[in-house]
Design a protein around this ligand. Structure first.
Ligand code: FAD
Length: 434
């Protein structure tokens, strides 16, 4: 019997240590440095003085940058283990960077590891893995995000260089980054999936200009972490092309699968936090003669949240398990389904928990506002839910074919006729017997 939902004791001990460490040592950072971009600000010396010893403890415990394969010094943990770890990291905005696995650096490191030159690895990958620098993934453009085929940023070969022109938007952490991984059209005459390439662009390259630091709700104008960038005759040497010309889409895919599982499991961690607050509140608050926990509608909210969260967690872990087993095709459908389900569960559980806290819930004295915004963000980043829903449906439909005749294959008259024909001898005998 191969199904097994248990965790091996040695790994469970690591998870238990992580849970205590994140709660006691890392979560306080969220209260002191709460800017969404703060974990990426390598120039914040006070924060770094606090995080440096924490990172050392994580390294001593063998839990630093665990998403990396053994060739990069990682332990080669599969997605199930990484998922369980990310469930714990999801409780704190700072935890991923204290454990060396924050996005987009984790995915960018994978790209550099696969496609970077030795010099690029020495100059960028090594300090990135050590947590000394941060990086950007610069793909979305102001006029087009969900459909990458519409991107127009252009890279043209000129002698030993590539020259990049265009605008990118929502390039997260641009204000702190040392380099950008930029997607640009290199051949407009072929299909976009074959005509775009990926480039490593150092942030100090002449012609790279951050027009604005776009912020999220609640952030002061100009204070955000999402760069609106103009590339104007930005010239980089030929070796800055990552992989082969035209390989941007394939490269983009290599970084996504595991990343989506990690985001989903971090969402489970967030939801669990919101759910814990909801249960505590239900047991603590009285109105109209009874506790909230005794009202039927509150019980419905608690039961629905508990069960939906369990369903979601199992879907994500099952998907991680499929990835670990190399079941690529089924995993791809489920990864898209996980991407659709992630913002929904966060939205539903956070909304119920926030609502149960009344005015306090929507105040800045509880953490629901940030969680609520995260749900909205999760339904957009890395492609909106609608696009992933289409992917699920298209992939699921591959296993079906149209009915052959006028009526569906399950049409009862035809099936009844077939059943009669199958057992005709016996049926006739019985009729004769009567
Ligand atoms: C916090 C945050 C961080 C980000 N970080 C980065 C980053 O580091 N690098 C980067 O390159 N990008 C980043 N992005 C951008 C993100 O990837 C894009 O926002 C996303 O791909 C959607 O693109 P868009 O915003 O242009 O929306 P659009 O493409 O304009 O889509 C807007 C809406 O249209 C609808 N829609 C779109 N397509 C379809 C469809 N096929 N069917 C039905 N409805 C549809 C959906 O409702 C969708 O939400 C970030 C975004 C956010 C919010």
């Amino acid at each position: 019997m191969a199904w097994d939902f248990s965790t091996e004791p040695e790994f469970q001990a690591q998870l238990d240590w992580m849970a205590g460490f994140v709660r006691e040592e890392v979560e306080p950072l969220d209260l002191l440095f709460h800017d969404p971009g703060a974990p990426y600000d390598t120039g914040n010396q006070r924060a770094r003085r606090i995080t440096a010893p924490l990172k050392e403890k994580v390294k001593e415990r063998g839990l630093w940058a665990c998403h990396l394969g053994p060739e990069l010094g990682g332990l080669g943990y599969g997605q199930v283990k990484l998922g369980l770890m990310n469930e714990i990291l999801g409780r704190s905005a700072w935890a991923p960077s204290v454990f060396g696995c924050q996005a987009p650096d984790s995915g960018n490191a994978e790209i550099l590891a696969h496609y970077g030159s030795e010099e690029q690895k020495r100059r960028y990958l090594k300090p990135l893995l050590a947590g000394d620098i941060v990086s950007c993934y610069s793909m979305t453009e102001p006029h087009a995000g969900a459909d990458p085929k519409m991107f127009t940023t252009r890279a043209v070969r000129d002698g030993d260089d590539w020259v990049i022109n265009g605008e990118k938007w929502f390039t997260s952490n641009a204000r702190f980054a040392s380099f950008l991984i930029v997607m640009a059209v290199t051949n407009p005459d072929v299909s976009p999936t074959q005509g775009m390439s990926m480039f490593l662009v150092p942030i100090e390259t002449p012609g790279v200009r951050i027009l604005r630091h776009v912020g999220l709700f609640g952030e002061a104008p100009g204070e955000g972490a999402h760069g609106y960038i103009r590339y104007q005759d930005a010239r980089v040497p030929a070796e800055c092309l990552l992989g082969t010309e035209g390989a941007a889409f394939a490269i983009a895919q290599t970084r996504l699968g595991g990343g989506r599982i990690h985001h989903a499991m971090r969402t489970v961690g967030q939801c669990q936090r919101a759910f814990d607050m909801m249960c505590e509140r239900a047991l603590s608050r009285e109105t109209q003669g009874t506790r909230l926990s005794e009202k039927q509608s509150v019980q419905s909210d608690i039961a629905d949240s508990w069960l939906e969260l369990l369903q979601f967690r199992l879907l994500v872990l099952h998907t991680a398990w499929l990835i670990d087993r190399g079941a690529k095709q089924q995993a791809r459908t489920q990864i898209a389904a996980v991407k659709v389900a992630t913002p929904k569960i966060l939205h539903d559980v956070v909304w119920r928990a926030m609502h149960l806290h009344g005015a306090l819930g929507v105040s800045n004295e509880m953490p629901f506002g940030g969680m609520w915004l995260t749900a909205a963000i999760m339904s957009v980043v890395d492609g909106p839910s609608e696009v992933h829903r289409m992917t699920v449906a298209k992939r699921v439909l591959r296993d079906y074919k149209p009915s052959e005749g006028l009526f569906p294959s399950e049409h009862l008259p035809a099936r009844r006729e077939a059943a009669r024909a199958k057992f005709a001898e016996i049926l006739e005998l019985e009729v004769g017997d009567l």
